[in-house]
Design a protein around this ligand. Structure first.
Ligand SMILES: O=P(O)(O)OC[C@H]1O[C@H](OP(=O)(O)OP(=O)(O)O)[C@H](O)[C@@H]1O
Ligand SMILES: Nc1nc2[nH]cnc2c(=O)[nH]1
Ligand SMILES: [Mg+2]
Length: 185
């Protein structure tokens, strides 16, 4: 079973629900009277996006961008591939980029440069997880759900080799799962 691959739960389903509601309330207060566009960075952010937007009570729009830099490994390739661009223009609009995790910062650093060149009125970053110990690019988030240690986490949208996104909590995999995949031991 999928959950047999999990060594331990880092953030429970109840903790996620509580914190995502708080972030939604904070964003609602900060954007009162405005109509931000929330930009979900696929695929990892799909669950956070769906839950977060249901806790925002101002008018807001949603758009989606798909990028990938990890492939099937646990270390950033450093190369960010745009797989799907936004559907609408963001010029003159208030943009909130919604991410599942800020790790090395490669993905967001690249994406922010790209989106800022389109002249939004403002641009902020909301990330569910922040792993500051691994940062190699100068980028900080405006809204952070949880800080996480230097471990590869899965669940609530986050994958290892495209598996585990559908776990309802954030967990850490058993080392044997990586070793099997990498063909070690
Ligand atoms: O700060 P970084 O080191 O760049 O890591 C963060 C990025 O890595 C993951 O995406 P991934 O490339 O695995 O694509 P996915 O969302 O489709 O899983 C995650 O969703 C972030 O977008
Ligand atoms: N699943 C997953 N994807 C990531 N992308 C960057 N860091 C991580 C991580 O810890 N877990
Ligand atoms: Mg991934």
């Amino acid at each position: 079973m999928m959950k047999d691959d999990i060594e331990r739960i880092l953030i429970s389903q109840a903790e996620l629900e509580r914190r995502v509601a708080e972030l939604g309330a904070q964003i609602s207060a900060d954007y009162a009277g405005k109509e931000p566009i929330l930009v979900s960075v696929l695929r990892g952010s799909y669950i956070f996006m769906a839950d977060l937007t249901r806790h925002i009570d101002t008018f807001c729009r949603v758009d989606f961008m798909a990028v990938s830099s990890y492939g099937s490994g646990t270390v950033s390739s450093g190369q960010v591939n745009i797989i799907k661009d936004l559907s609408d223009s963001i010029e003159g609009r208030d943009v909130i980029v919604v991410e599942d995790i800020l790790d090395s910062g490669n993905t967001l650093h690249y994406l922010f440069q790209l989106l800022k060149a389109r002249h939004p009125a403002s641009i902020r970053l909301a990330t569910l997880l922040d792993k500051p110990s691994r940062r190699t690019k100068p980028i900080t988030a405006d809204y952070v759900g949880f800080e996480v240690p230097d471990e590869f986490v899965v669940g609530y949208g986050l994958d290892f080799d495209e598996r585990y996104r559908n776990l309802p909590y954030i967990g850490i995999l058993k080392p044997s799962v990586y070793k099997d995949k990498l063909g070690l031991e």
